[in-house]
Design a protein around this ligand. Structure first.
Ligand code: HEM
Length: 455
């Protein structure tokens, strides 16, 4: 599963540098990236350890070798978040963990990290187990549901109620469910627009986007104001943000910063977990032997009751199913870094402001790194086999100082959701439906009709 070269030091490595094939005059690889980005990107490791591509007039670099990816992700000062995508995300996310630059990010991370302290997880897990059980009880046998929609609604409820535990949560859930998909879709459209003009046109889609953004901003501001007025720690994420104190400076987050972190958590936490959960059910529906192994574990551990937080460590196969789903369909399939200074990568001189593309999808589907990479094999994650996976080959949550802050939250939420639903239902694919990955803001399955059959 591992490559020998991944262990060699960067200095001694004879790196291969390549240029992506198929570039056209002026637009370069923009069409290939626009039409078939997964296939195109996954073909690039054959052309080098570091591959240059052209997106219109600008160049971007894709590190395909895990050691180069690590060099980028573990050196956040030289490879900062940046580039056009970040600029477009700023009006939506403000200055939160995802959009802040290196120096401010360190301060922000110190302030937000306590909200994800393991001691707070049991309270969040209560929300997760209640919502997962509620979702699985709401389905009717034989009535097709869109699993992608159902998972999106479930993770929106979980995230909103983990953020805000007061009565306001029900109103907030409805607003978030209405506004967030419009914002995510609008942000994606704008991110694809190289001219920046699309957002300024008087289009109905732009009006809907602006209205949704204003509604969500207003809702968050109102909730923050209420919490400030009442004080106290309710055990939820928002209380933790409000009570945060920087251990180095004694500073805290002001209202605008709290607002931006809440928007960031909503945008980063809901779609990602939902997409991967939907893919898990898709994969289970097409891999009966994996489904049978999952059911065996659930029957043994749960014996007919709904899963609770204390079960999570024993739901080992359930976790492996989700881990393997994240390998095949990493929700954060592509993200970017920009060099803040001249630097060298794979022996190549990169000027300041060079765009670097990081793609977990490319790593996870590389046959040199994972044996039989297209097969859905949760048991590749049993400890004896997982130890052979080279460091840096499996990156669904990223790495380094910007590694996903919600990784444990997301894994716990997904484990409880998978367990609660699969303990009760078998989800059957609807015949003649073709499901293809949609590489948008996250790697979603699109509409995913499946029929629940009681077990
Ligand atoms: C399966 C679910 C999830 C996946 C695959 C995922 C993936 C990722 C990845 C790859 C990054 C790093 C991006 C980069 O380096 O530029 C990230 C960052 C982040 N994620 Fe997640 N995420 C998931 C769930 C969550 C959840 C549930 C939350 C919150 C409740 C969350 C909040 C965040 C935040 C705030 C960041 C920015 C962290 C920072 O820069 O300090 N994520 N996520």
């Amino acid at each position: 599963m591992s490559t020998k070269t991944a262990h060699q030091s960067s200095a001694t490595h004879n790196w291969r540098f390549g240029t992506a094939p198929g570039g056209l005059p002026l637009i370069g690889h923009a069409v290939l990236m626009g039409r078939r980005p997964l296939e195109f990107l996954a073909s690039l490791p054959a052309h080098g350890d570091l591959v240059e591509l052209r997106l219109g007039p600008s160049r971007a670099y894709l590190p395909c070798h895990p050691e180069l990816v690590q060099q980028v992700l573990l050196n956040a000062r030289t490879y900062d978040t940046g580039g056009p995508v970040k600029e477009k995300a700023r009006p939506i996310l403000g200055n939160g963990l995802i959009t802040s630059d290196w120096a401010d990010h360190r301060r922000q991370r110190r302030l937000v990290q306590p909200a994800f302290h393991p001691a707070r997880m049991p309270t969040y897990a209560e929300v997760m187990q209640r919502e997962a059980a509620g979702e699985s009880l709401s389905w009717e046998a034989g009535e097709a549901i869109d699993v992608s929609n159902a998972m999106q609604a479930l993770t929106a409820r979980v995230t909103a109620r983990a953020l805000f535990s007061t009565e306001i949560a029900s109103h907030a859930v409805a607003e978030i469910q209405h506004c967030l998909p419009i914002i995510v879709h609008g942000a994606y459209r704008q991110a694809l627009d190289p001219t920046g003009l699309l957002a300024k046109l008087p289009l109905a889609a732009n009006r809907r986007f602006d209205e949704a953004r204003t509604r969500l901003h207003r809702l968050i501001n109102q909730i923050v104001e209420d919490y400030r007025a009442e004080g106290g720690d309710r055990g939820d994420l928002l209380s933790a943000l409000l009570g945060a104190e920087d251990p180095e400076t004694g500073g805290s987050l002001d209202d605008q910063e709290i607002h931006d972190q809440v928007m960031t958590l909503l945008l980063a936490g809901i779609e990602t977990t939902a997409s991967a959960l939907a893919w898990s059910f898709h994969l289970l529906g097409r891999n009966p032997e994996v489904e049978a192994a999952l059911h065996a574990e659930l029957d043994e551990v749960l014996d007919g009751r709904s899963p609770v937080y204390a079960d999570v460590p024993r739901l080992e196969y359930t976790q492996r199913v989700f881990t393997e789903t994240l390998r095949l369909y990493p929700p954060a399939w592509l993200y970017t870094r920009t060099t803040t200074e001249a630097t060298e990568l794979a022996g190549r001189q990169l000027p300041p402001r060079s765009d670097i593309l990081i793609s977990p999808y490319v790593l996870h589907h590389n046959a040199a790194l994972f044996k039989d990479p297209e097969s859905f094999d949760p048991d590749r994650w049993v400890p004896e086999r997982a130890k052979d996976v080279t460091r840096g080959c499996y990156l669904p949550f990223g790495a380094g100082s910007r590694k996903c802050i919600g990784d444990v939250f997301g894994m716990t939420e997904a484990t409880l959701a998978l367990a609660a639903i699969a303990a009760r239902w078998r989800l059957r694919p609807v015949p003649d439906t073709t499901i293809r990955p949609r590489p948008h803001m996250s790697l979603s399955a699109g509409p995913l009709p499946m029929v629940p059959q009681p077990r």
